[in-house]
Design a protein around this ligand. Structure first.
Ligand code: BGP
Length: 482
């Protein structure tokens, strides 16, 4: 581990602090199925997966997936078997509001989540609800989705219904899962729905609207619900660690820029004392925009009132972290990108290190010291906020004997314990995922589940992988036996 400057401790048994919470996560579109049942409206993922030719690697859809819409009681049995403290799941906006707007509430949608929440509480599992995990009602996409500033109100109206209907029992809320993936991958490129690919423009408009929508919902909860419902509410960012590929100052700056574009763009406005987009992001985009003869920066400005609204609007820093990339500057690439371009604005090239263990997903490698460095950097940059690890996991091609996943969970939990020793305020850990599911662009070609789902069996049988037994033992003992 010298590579990353992280020195793995030799201690044999290490304990998690009192009150530390363990969980597992899923998302509505990835597991529920029931895509067109009981009054549910269509989401952008329903539309994307039914497009010909399919943008999904194996041409699959989430129409049925693991069918948790019908099999949720079985899922709760798995949670109980694992012994997790909480389960993080998301609500499908179009199952509650088929058109996206709050004028028409779909009662069977409310019933489904009420049943799920009650079943969990009956089994002592705490619900942790993600309000938005990527499945925007298609009707709202037709109006521009996250690039339309009105979405701030649409999102607030939707969230209010969830607080009203579920907030008596739900005490952990996440407004939005991974804004960068929504904005950059969905609007600035064609990696995720709605596959807009308006690079260098749309992702920045989306970023500002997402931050405002998140902040509005945070304040709604804070001002009107917190006193009565006593919950906690925050946001989750996808945070990759970017390590300079060499010791040159150029490569160091490239790594800083990559971090600031990847997650600082959302973390800085919420968690820094200054607020607003980070300096690196503002400077790079302004400079490139001027070179390209744009009359002003392509990054929308925030007014002082907007900066103030967003600053501090999260009770915790939710971190979804999976991997690390080596980062360098390559001036010869300038001019190779379309104009304008997010990648060109960032000015960093990210690569894998072939010596790191590779998962089934091309983007995922096991680099625990990167996870440790990320946690320490978040502590340093944002004054040690309370951190929930809201996703961390490993993909395989399938099978019950998943030694790669076991190694990954153990090494990342070791890194987490090291970060705790450094004073990082990490309060919870969430494994992605409870069960195999539809993995967005890659369909069912990669498996992240602690439990296998046999998608070829009519019963969609769930079976524990070896990693489920190991995770269960870690949770039971609250210890990592190294
Ligand atoms: C995160 C998402 C999850 C999950 C995971 C695995 O970014 O929040 O929904 O899908 O990544 O990645 P993928 O499905 O893209 O392989």
């Amino acid at each position: 581990y010298l590579n990353g400057g992280w020195c793995k401790r030799t201690q044999q048994i290490r304990s998690f602090p009192d009150g530390f919470l363990f969980g597992a996560a899923t998302a509505a579109y990835q597991i529920e199925g029931g895509w067109y049942e009981d009054g549910k409206g269509l989401s952008i993922w329903d539309i994307a997966t039914h497009t010909v030719p399919s943008p999904i690697k194996d041409g699959s859809t989430g129409d049925v997936s693991a069918d948790s819409y019908h099999l949720y009681k079985r899922d709760v049995e798995l949670m109980k078997e694992l012994g997790i403290d909480f389960y993080r799941f998301s609500v499908s906006w179009s199952r509650i509001l088929p058109n996206g707007f709050a004028d028409k509430i779909n009662q069977p949608g409310l019933d489904y989540y009420n049943n799920l929440i009650n079943e969990m509480l009956d089994n002592n599992i705490t619900p942790f609800v993600t309000i938005y995990h990527w499945d925007l009602p298609y009707n709202l996409q037709k109006l521009g989705g996250w690039t339309n500033p009105l979405i701030v109100e649409w999102f607030r109206d939707y969230a209010k219904i969830l607080f009203d209907r579920f907030g008596d029992r739900v005490k952990f809320w996440m407004t939005i899962n991974e804004p960068k993936q929504i904005c950059y991958e969905g609007y600035g490129s064609d990696l995720k729905a709605p596959f807009l690919n308006a690079t260098g423009i749309a992702e920045y408009i989306c970023a500002k609207n997402i931050l405002l929508a998140h902040a509005k919902v945070y304040h709604l909860y804070d001002e009107s619900y917190r006193k009565i419902q006593n919950g906690t509410i925050g946001i989750s960012l996808s945070c990759t660690w970017y390590e300079p590929a060499s010791d040159t100052s150029d490569d160091h700056q490239a790594a800083v820029d990559a971090r600031q574009f990847d997650w600082g763009q959302y973390a800085h406005p919420i968690f820094s004392n200054a607020g607003d987009f980070p300096a690196e992001v503002k400077q790079n985009i302004a400079l490139k925009s001027a070179e390209q003869s744009f009359p002003k920066s392509r990054l929308p400005e925030m007014s002082a009132a907007e900066v103030a609204l967003i600053r501090g609007s999260s009770d915790f820093f939710g971190i979804n972290s999976y991997t690390t990339k080596l980062t360098y500057r390559d001036a010869s690439l300038e001019g190779m990108y379309p104009v304008p371009s997010y990648m060109d604005d960032m000015g960093a090239v990210m690569i894998k290190d072939p010596s790191w263990t590779q998962a089934q997903s091309t983007w995922l490698q096991e680099v625990p010291w990167g996870f440790y460095k990320l946690l320490v950097e978040v502590r340093n940059l944002y004054d040690n906020p309370p951190v929930y690890i809201t996703e961390n996991g490993w993909s395989t091609a399938g099978g019950l004997l998943d030694e790669g996943r076991i190694s990954y969970y153990r090494s990342y939990l070791t890194a987490l314990l090291d970060a705790l020793d450094e004073g990082c305020d990490v309060k919870a850990y969430t494994a992605w995922s409870l069960i195999d599911n539809f993995e967005w662009k890659n369909g069912y070609t990669e498996k992240f589940g602690l439990y296998e789902v046999d998608f070829s069996s009519p019963e969609l049988t769930r079976r524990p992988r070896k990693s489920a037994h190991i995770y269960k033992e870690i949770i039971r003992s609250r210890q990592l036996n190294l």
